[in-house]
Write a protein that binds this ligand. Structure first.
Ligand code: KIV
Ligand code: NA
Length: 277
């Protein structure tokens, strides 16, 4: 299989082919989205909210990121696997950034890392890139700064903010980032930024003009009945489908319809033929 590299993504931007990215936190999801054909799989620190039940991404630890990234790497053959650097694994300095990004690459097998922020993280980006670690930037609504931003809000709406975001995108490119995630900014601003950069932009809630799109896989699958931000498109209502399946299982067990004879063993059956955990 043709493995996706950061070079592939830059070439896609050059020929105007949109980049597709999705999150995965486990081996099954990684296999599914990799085989379906996305170019980039992000082990997002959104796993803190989506699979660990935290209020926001701030409590996510390096141990958790390493643990989940390992699983995703095992399930991926083609896509580029990028791991999020969790809160306080890089803000504390270039040395910490290098040590922690190194763990995600070396221990967990990620192909690169993502970190949030603009001017304040340029030294970290430069240091990682110099060490040979591909870095994905992340501007706009940066969830690790939720308390500073005063909530999950669209960013870059006034002229001053917009100018700062444009400047920081260019600075991240110059620092060596291979692409930048733009989260929750006006479509028109994302377009300007995308056109001004050589490296691709990957949008989430940033309109149609980005060079690629990313979503949380559970969101496009409709896993959470109560979570549907404006920028998400649900392609299936898995919440409903799974609930229905589980209810049928419960009924079948109660009614003694499950397991039936074919699903049970007789004395003469060979257990060896059965796939077990
Ligand atoms: O953690 C995450 O899933 C992300 C994407 C939404 C960009 O950072
Ligand atoms: Na994230």
């Amino acid at each position: 299989k043709n493995k996706i590299t950061i070079k592939t993504l830059i070439e896609m931007k050059e020929r105007g082919e949109k980049i597709t990215a999705l999150t995965a936190y486990d081996v099954q999801t990684a296999r599914l989205v990799d085989e379906a054909g996305v170019e980039l799989i992000l082990v997002g620190d959104s796993l803190g909210m989506v699979v660990l039940g935290y209020e926001n991404t701030l409590p996510v630890t390096m141990e958790e990121m390493v643990h989940h990234t390992k699983a995703v790497v095992r399930g991926t053959e083609r896509a580029l696997v990028i791991a999020d650097m969790p809160f306080m694994s890089y803000q504390t300095g270039v040395k910490d950034a290098l040590v922690n990004a190194g763990r995600l690459m070396k221990e967990a097998g990620a192909h690169g890392v993502k970190l949030e922020g603009g001017r304040e993280v340029l030294p970290q980006v430069e240091t990682l890139v110099k060490a040979g670690i591909p870095v994905l930037g992340h501007l706009g609504l940066t969830p690790q700064s939720v308390h500073q931003l005063g909530g999950f809000k669209v960013q870059g709406k006034d002229q001053l903010q917009a100018e700062r975001l444009k400047r920081e995108a260019k600075e991240l490119e110059d620092a060596g980032a291979f692409a930048i995630v733009l989260e929750c900014i006006p479509a028109i601003l994302a377009r300007e930024i995308s056109e001004s950069l050589t490296i691709p932009t990957i949008g989430i809630g940033a309109g149609p003009y980005c060079d690629g799109q990313i979503l949380v896989t559970q969101d496009l699958l409709g896993m959470d009945a109560n979570f549907k931000p404006r920028f998400v498109r649900r392609y299936v209502n898995l919440h409903q489908i799974i609930t229905q399946a589980v209810k049928e299982y419960i009924t079948d067990v109660k009614m003694q319809n499950f397991p039936d004879e074919k699903e049970s063993f007789s004395l003469s059956d060979s257990v060896n033929k059965t796939q077990l955990y």
